[in-house]
Design a binder for this molecule. Sequence first.
Ligand code: G16
Length: 539
Amino acid sequence: MSNPVADAARKHPPPEGHVYTYGTAGFRTKADVLDSVLTRVGLIAALRSRKLGGRYVGVMITASHNPPQDNGVKLVEPMGDMLEESWEAISTEMANQTSPEAVSEYYQCVAEEQKIDLSKPANVIVARDTRASGARLLGCLVDGLKAAGAEYRDFGFLTTPQLHYMVRCFNTADTPDAYGVPTEAGYYEKFSAAFKKAMGSNKPNGGLTVDCANGVGGPKLNELIKYLHVTETGLEISVVNDNVVKPEALNVDCGADYVKTNQRAPPTSKTGPGDRCCSLDGDADRVVYYFKDDQNVFRLLDGDRIATLVASFFGDLVRTSGLADQIKIGVVQTAYANGAATDYVEKNLRLPVTCTPTGVKYLHHAAQKLDIGVYFEANGHGTAIFSHSTLNAIKNYKPKSPSEAENLEILRACIDLINQAVGDALSDFLLVEVVLAHKRWGPQEWLATYTDLPNRLLKVLVSDRTIFKTTDAERKLTSPEGVQGQIDKEVQKFRQGRSFARASGTEDAVRVYAEAATKAEAEDLARKVAEIVKAAGGK
Ligand code: G16
């Protein structure tokens, strides 16, 4: 009897002994060991869509900020959010089935356990970033999708947030929540129109240089610029590092991760003091800003800064629109948030802060509990989301004065400008530009809102990162035994010291974060903690 599922699995056998995990952002590792995973993810995507009554689910082939030789794959839920956690476990189990027969049996077993009717339609939307391995991995994925009898649409190259947008658009089409037209042009039209409205009569103060990490964000931003009409908006954008013809240049000495981790501009940067710059990552779901001050010193405006800027702007807008009694704003961060940023939100903006583990899925869920949830990881990954009742309140509110009406219009335009499916570097930087233009701020005024505690981020290569287990939103290690005690002892020696170590979910490493009263102390503390980690499990 024919068994297309087993046949597809047979065509793409897994390498011997490799163990896969659905991590912070899906499966992510060296591209040459991913073929079997992609085929199995195709099977899972079909099962997930069927489980959800044939609603569209998304599959994005990307390794985002990782080096060019890596790749990855993640699944997207119908409203554009990240895969439900229980299905991460199912995906992991599927990815680790070794024989074709075992794959087929597990496929049947999931269908039975989840009460999935395999004769029902399954709909999947697929896209990829510009990595050289993407085309081959797409082929492996399609073999899985076909074997499972799924209908699929391949959008070719998209940024990750564009894929999330498409999924949400398809699933909300012809409903009161219709999110937009599910085409690339639809995406550009929606966000550029919202940008123009949100700017109102304000004009940006000078141009913006955008480093695209030599990733898919480059060509997509060049396309978006055509819709932004510089003569109308005044936003002059210079696109740099948009070379996707040379895939080995992806994320190398450029991009959001490089800038955030090294706390410096890409070496190729040619901007002068006071010029606004931002960097996207390889799939354009993160953005960080920076500039050189008048002493020529590099100044970073990271995800924490974007969160504080956006939260304060929304606070003002909600108040000046007359909606302050009805709508409460909150900020969601991770342990990587600078202590000064958390302090500023709580003490100056007087907004509540929630801390979650790393991974936008956690921040997104926490933000969903708020009326307006502004969530950003310090690395620049984030967005703002509005609850259903908040959207209704904003939609139905009758302004009591021309000034309320004007501010309400801006607030409504901002809702459209923000990609509410997921953090989106393109939509995020447009929002930042709107806020800066309204406040009539340059990067220096933005920076002056608070002073970051000096900090350092390090990566420690270990032989088995899975032994590093954490609790308390990843701020404390529970394993290996005794390591947290050693870290605590070090931290105590530093003024305003704070440090933690956690296993990365996207790279084979343990990340160490440290902050302290001075740069030298932060670096010293980070080094000490890295040594402790190395001694506990280093390569
Ligand atoms: C992904 C996740 C982010 C996370 C980052 C680093 O980003 O979506 O939420 O902060 O990985 O995660 P980790 O520290 O576990 O390696 P991206 O931009 O690579 O997709």
